[in-house]
Design a protein around this ligand. Sequence first.
Ligand code: HEM
Length: 233
Amino acid sequence: MSHIHAPPASSGRTRLHPLPLRLMHWINALAMIALIGSGWKIYNDQPLFAAISFPGDWTLGGFPETAYKLHGDAGFGGALLWHFSAMWVLAFNFIAYLTYGVATGRFRRMLLPIRISDILQTIRETLRFKLAHDDLTMYNAVQKMLYIGVITLIIVQILAGLALWKPVQFSWAAALFGGFDGARLAHFLGMMGICLFLGIHVLLALLVPRTLLAMVTGGPALHRAPAAERNPT
Ligand code: HEM
């Protein structure tokens, strides 16, 4: 059963992805890409694992040549500046997204419940290349899992990041990971998890381009939008 109908011209407020949600999603995506690129450069300077390093061309940060002449090779200094700037954007935007998701009931409506039987059915359909996404107003069980998973990973990343940034002031955060080294490992593994999510997420969006368009334009109008999302302030 579909809950959608053609959007009337004046129904911008009842879209599947309301404007605040879209803005937060794209700000989050940009901040996350900047964090990953600059994080790779910081990592390359002092790798955790000798066998793992990231291609320099894919990293973000560095000083202009004039700055190198003045200050010598600043290594990953430029990347650190990118990382520290993007982390504030991500953290505040993410807190806004969490607040919005809970306050408007979006998380409850779009991300819950997740049933084991639904997950198994979605996996079966995917393996048979029969995964349909006709009704954009509902996420399938695997999407729900991926979204809840990445939201959890971002929370872990922020906590581990705080522990690495100010291990003394945020010693409670470092303690959650068993100390500074544990926080560093968790931050690295969290980054890998987010990269994996991003790869699958972008692939799925490209396979069903209507979803991508909806995340840009707002998508179909909802028949019965919850009151809070009907009139977002
Ligand atoms: C690491 C960066 C990203 C994260 C953490 C992320 C996270 C999310 C989350 C949590 C949702 C569900 C939003 C909600 O309904 O409340 C979502 C939806 C979506 N995202 Fe992303 N996203 C990221 C990057 C991207 C990128 C780069 C693209 C573009 C290719 C993209 C395209 C989409 C689309 C099309 C949807 C809607 C899916 C659908 O309607 O089936 N995302 N994303």
